[in-house]
Design a binder for this molecule. Structure first.
Ligand SMILES: [Zn+2]
Length: 227
């Protein structure tokens, strides 16, 4: 399999993180989980004394998108590091806006970095489609391990982490009021990326994100010809 860059887009709760994790486990992809990276950055001990990180933490914890220029810089830097490892890469949570995808007059976007590192024909965007109601219920039931960050599926009634037996917790992000805000931000700021991608000739593969994760994963394999 040639080196591939896969961008997973979809509303909060569409299953982006889970599908990215499956590409990691089943096909050896590296995953850049922007949300998790940002969460740990803005909640790091240094953030208490850094006015920029404090500002970003406030945005993050209330369900708003972090400042685009702040996020884009981080994502491009991490992408260059990961691309140098010569492995396929999957994004669950980037890009989040047209600016993060394509930049502006002053700076290039993530797509530019990906084209340079992987070549345009090896970049695929998987669009996971789920109805809004499913998205809300999945988010409000989501738990993650407080120790290792592993996500526990909403339909698994498991109070401990299946990997490390740590306790699980909900995320500030998954509070119902915050979810509503995130869905709105997705529709207004993230969805327009798709139109721009089409216009610029990037490949988009829409997939039904409603079935159980292993079934969705099989469809992704088939459509992207990963075997
Ligand atoms: Zn754990």
């Amino acid at each position: 399999m040639p080196k591939h860059a896969v961008i997973i887009l979809g509303a909060p709760g569409a299953g982006k993180g889970t599908q990215a994790e499956l590409l990691v486990r089943r096909h050896g992809f590296l995953n850049f989980d922007t949300g998790r990276y940002l969460e740990s950055t803005v909640h790091s001990p240094q953030a208490d004394s850094d006015p920029i990180l404090k500002r970003e933490r406030r945005l993050f914890d209330t369900g708003k998108l972090c400042t685009p220029s702040f996020v884009l810089k981080i994502v491009k830097n991490e992408t260059k590091k990961l691309a140098s490892l010569d492995a396929s890469i999957v994004y669950s949570g980037s890009p989040r806006s047209v600016y993060e995808a394509f930049g502006d007059k002053k700076t290039t976007g993530l797509m530019h970095t990906l084209v340079e590192s992987y070549g345009k024909k090896n970049i695929t965007t998987v669009l996971l489609k789920v109805p809004a109601a499913a998205s809300i219920s999945r988010n409000s039931q989501r738990r993650i391990c407080a120790v290792c960050g592993l996500q526990v599926l909403a339909n698994v009634k498991h109070p401990r982490c299946p990997l490390c037996d740590g306790t699980t917790r909900t995320r500030t992000l998954d509070d119902p009021k915050v979810i509503e805000k995130r869905l709105k931000e997705y529709a207004e700021r993230t969805e327009p990326i798709l139109k721009e991608m089409k216009k610029r000739g990037f490949r988009i593969v829409p997939i039904d994100g409603t079935p159980l994760p292993y079934k969705v994963s099989a469809v992704i394999d088939k459509k992207l010809k990963f075997k």
